[in-house]
Design a protein around this ligand. Structure first.
Ligand code: GLY
Length: 360
């Protein structure tokens, strides 16, 4: 199975994609590391905890539970986890293992970023979404009531261990939510990955090993390349936000409880694709194909009740709004995107309204 290298100015590490790697986490713990803190949720620990037991012989290890869910991705959770680390003997040699989905990797990564001004984190993503996106790239953080991921830090991990085997216990809805991030990768940078998603939908939804591994590898490769080129999102990394501008507004507007992140991104991609068509950056035939492929991995939870005006109002507090300008990542073809700002508000409203009314 493949290994993908991420190189940033401060740090180089690998994302190892390999079936069964969860049973070999201990091989990736730096020899000089002190106490190991596994940050996870109770449901993930019930499913995968047994695979970790016995791996930390000779090291002291503690499991810290976090309630999970976007609503708990808050500074108060970080404080609670840090207090537990102190109570259980954490120090500057400790390391954190983030075992879980994207919320867990974001929270555990941020905990590691600020505990005693920064300790190591090994990311072990257990959802498809975290495997192909959140676990790699060092973005860590928590939400504010005003918006998603507004407090955080870049903190690159020691390594990312991606085990496709763990997906077999993932609820179907969560798996499909992760597939929307893979579709995103295809649209922004890899037409052949998009074609695979289009042509092998049934095998992909059935989690057939060959095609699943190919998808994960394709998406992780894109993530590793993009982060290596632009860790701090000054330029190329912005393309990973395709679908996230409106997606984040949808998540905030639905109080983070009605949709999974990947589902909100799927709605955001539908709106951005329509916007690309309306602004003339994308041909109708490509826009229709993108919408069809996204729809084929649905159904998405309906959000026709949301007011486009309220979503637009939320865009201005998103991190991607710079000096009052909303930036959109828009496809120019399948496999290529560009970043645009200064788009007429009426067009954004129209694209959002039309996308929301669509049945996925
Ligand atoms: N999830 C987008 C990024 O890592 O930049």
């Amino acid at each position: 199975m493949p290994i993908f290298s991420v190189k940033t100015p401060q740090h180089a590490y690998q994302n190892v994609v390999e079936r069964g790697i969860v049973r070999r986490i201990s091989e990736f713990i730096p020899p000089r590391a002190g106490k190991v803190f596994v940050v996870t949720t109770e449901d993930v620990w019930r499913l995968h905890g047994e695979k970790l037991k016995g791996q930390f012989a000779g090291k002291s290890a503690e499991v810290l539970f976090f309630p999970g869910g976007e609503a708990n991705k808050r500074l108060s959770s970080i404080e609670g986890l840090a207090e537990q680390m102190m109570d259980r003997g954490g120090d500057r040699t400790s390391i954190v293992i983030g075992l879980g989905g994207g919320i867990t990797t974001d929270v555990s990564g941020f905990l590691a970023a600020i505990f005693m001004r920064g300790i190591g984190i090994l990311q072990v993503p257990t959802t498809l979404l975290a495997q192909v996106d959140a676990g790699t790239g060092g973005k860590t953080g928590v939400n504010l009531v005003s918006g998603k991921n507004l407090i955080g830090s870049f903190h690159q991990p020691i390594a990312v261990l991606t085990d496709p085997d763990v997906l077999s216990t993932l609820p179907a809805r969560e798996y499909r939510a992760g597939l929307f991030e893979v579709i995103k990768c295809g649209i922004i940078r890899d037409r052949s990955l998009f074609d695979l998603l289009d042509h092998q939908r049934d095998d992909i939804l059935a989690l057939k090993p060959g095609v699943t591994d190919q998808l994960i590898a394709g998406a992780v490769n894109i993530k590793a390349e993009v982060v290596t080129a632009d860790e701090r999102e000054g330029d190329l990394r912005r393309i990973l936000n395709f679908g996230h501008t409106i997606g984040h507004a949808i998540e905030a507007e639905t109080a983070y409880v009605r949709l999974l992140h990947g589902e909100a991104v799927a709605w955001g991609m539908l709106a951005a694709t329509r916007l690309a068509e309306l602004t003339g950056t994308l041909k109708g035939v490509d826009a229709d194909r993108i919408a069809r492929v996204i729809g084929s991995y649905g159904p998405l939870p309906a959000i026709g009740d949301l007011q486009p005006e309220r979503l637009l109002a939320r865009l201005s507090s998103d991190k991607k709004t710079l000096q009052g300008k909303i930036h959109f990542v828009l496809p120019t073809s399948i496999g290529a995107v560009k970043v645009m700002s200064g788009i007429d508000r009426a067009l954004i409203r129209q694209a959002t309204a039309e996308a929301l009314r669509k049945k996925s």
